[in-house]
Design a protein around this ligand. Structure first.
Ligand code: GDP
Length: 445
């Protein structure tokens, strides 16, 4: 699932590698590619339009980060927007204050509701709950038996209508199921409801009636990720008919393009909460929009690197430094040291650099970069007094000799460091004049 979308997006980002600056034309070309990739993956048109517009706007507005080059920023923007399309924050199940919590499943026939009931049941049981599955799908022959079989496999109790007496009333079964859970102290009830092959008024009315009869805490819309664009129209119909609170994507293990499933959260405004990834009881997971977005972008490692780079530079250096430079303060040896320490984080993850889009020159520098160099720099700077760090020009010959002794380095090492610092300081000053943000000036090596 999503593999061709992944490939397309990765190829697009690769095209940005090595670009130091993105022109408007670069951004437009990139956004066009992203748009095509999403459409080809079956993502709904209104979702694609909105997505492309926001990515373009954000990529063009200079959201400045001292740590990232423009290409990385585009990746970051696309990732963030993708997380948004998938529902934003991970949405956990809401449990009722007074049990039982009622979870109602709705969706078309074959969507995977009954299978999901078993998976949810087992998952809840594993977390110490005492769930009860209620078989209120009296439409499909065998649905009740199927739920009983699934419940048994999951080790979860099932409430089913007594056989015989013709077709029972699903609304009544659902109501009695919830009452039974209350009596027997089950703290969660999962109500499996009937679906049809297509949306129809009678089914929707039945679902709405079950909803009224059981006052569910969650109404989960189960949608087969393989049904393409129909997923969106079906979701809209269910949203209007039964007021959903969340979405479950099923059959995410299939090889369909899956983009329609990606549109459902955005179109309904309801978060994707779970993903079903196979026929087995364990093929089930809580849905994390951010992880799914990373998986789709196929760039988990790169995103980790971007995060770390930001952590290393944003908090400690960029913002703080930017503010101080703006107020006219100078770049000191302490700042230089902080920058170098930031590089240590970069150094420890340099093995990932091969995957990075557009690290260009920095990548080459980092690849030949020896972390021990930072230790040496640190030792030298730490052997200086605070006054010396603030104003290195007072460092005469005897001070330099003292620092060399204190740090276990030679005077030549101290001199080299000071030369390098002077270069970085010049660069910082020229950046202030040019209004740019301080980056990673003065790389060692
Ligand atoms: P319902 O009509 O909505 O209750 O759908 P079912 O739970 O009966 O599922 C319909 C079919 O899809 C069954 O054959 C299930 O085994 C299968 N199925 C359900 N969930 C998944 C899934 O996540 N992946 C795959 N590959 N098959 C699934």
């Amino acid at each position: 699932m999503f593999s061709s979308l992944s490939d397309r997006l990765s190829a697009t980002f690769k095209g940005l590698r090595g670009k130091g600056r993105l022109s408007e034309a670069d951004v437009d070309a990139t956004v066009r590619e992203i748009r095509r990739a999403l459409l080809d993956a079956d993502v709904a048109l209104p979702v694609v339009r909105q997505f492309a517009a926001v990515v373009r706007e954000r990529a063009l507005s200079s959201e400045v980060s001292g740590a990232l080059n423009p290409a990385q920023q585009v990746v970051k923007i696309v990732h963030e927007e993708l997380v948004g399309v998938l529902g934003g924050e991970t949405r956990r199940l809401r449990f009722a204050k007074t049990p039982p919590t009622v979870i109602m499943l709705a969706g078309l026939q074959g969507a995977g509701k009954t299978t999901l009931a078993g998976k949810l049941g087992r998952w809840l049981r594993d977390q110490g709950h005492t769930p009860l599955l209620v078989a209120a799908d009296l439409q499909r022959p065998n649905a009740v038996t199927q739920l009983q079989v699934v419940g048994e496999r999951a080790g979860v109790a099932v409430f089913a209508p007594e056989p015989g007496n013709g077709v029972g009333d699903p609304v009544d079964v659902a109501r009695r199921g919830v009452a039974s859970a209350r009596e027997r102290h089950h703290d969660v009830v999962v109500v499996d409801t009937a679906g049809r092959l297509g949306v129809d008024a009678e089914m929707m009315q039945q679902a709405a009636d079950i909803r009224s009869a059981t006052s569910p805490d969650e109404v989960l819309f189960v949608v087969d990720a393989m049904i393409g664009q129909d997923a969106v129209t079906t979701a809209q119909a269910f949203l209007e008919g039964v007021e959903l609170t969340g979405v479950v994507l099923s059959k995410l293990d299939g090889d369909a393009r899956g983009g329609a499933a990606l549109s459902v959260a955005s179109v309904t405004g309801r978060p994707v909460m779970f993903a079903s990834t196979g026929e087995g009881l364990a093929d089930f997971e809580v849905f994390h929009p951010d992880r799914m977005a990373s998986r789709i972008l196929d760039m988990g490692d790169v995103l980790t690197l971007i995060e770390q780079a930001e952590k290393a530079f944003d908090a400690e250096t960029s913002q703080d430094l930017a503010q101080r430079f703006a107020s006219g303060e100078d770049f000191t040896l302490d700042d230089f040291l902080v920058q170098m320490q930031g590089l240590r984080n970069m150094g420890s993850i340099k093995k990932m650099l091969g995957m990075l889009p557009g690290m260009g020159e920095l990548r080459e520098q980092l690849e030949s970069f020896d972390e021990r160099e930072i230790d040496r720099i640190e030792a030298i700077v730490r052997s200086m007094t605070p006054a010396e760090r603030r104003a290195p020009k007072i460092l005469n010959g005897s001070r330099r000799a003292r620092i060399a002794r204190g740090s276990g380095r030679t005077v030549t090492d101290v001199n080299q460091l000071l030369d390098r610092f002077a270069d970085a300081q010049t660069m910082m000053r020229s950046m202030r004049k040019g209004g740019g943000m301080p980056g990673m000036g003065g790389l060692p090596g």
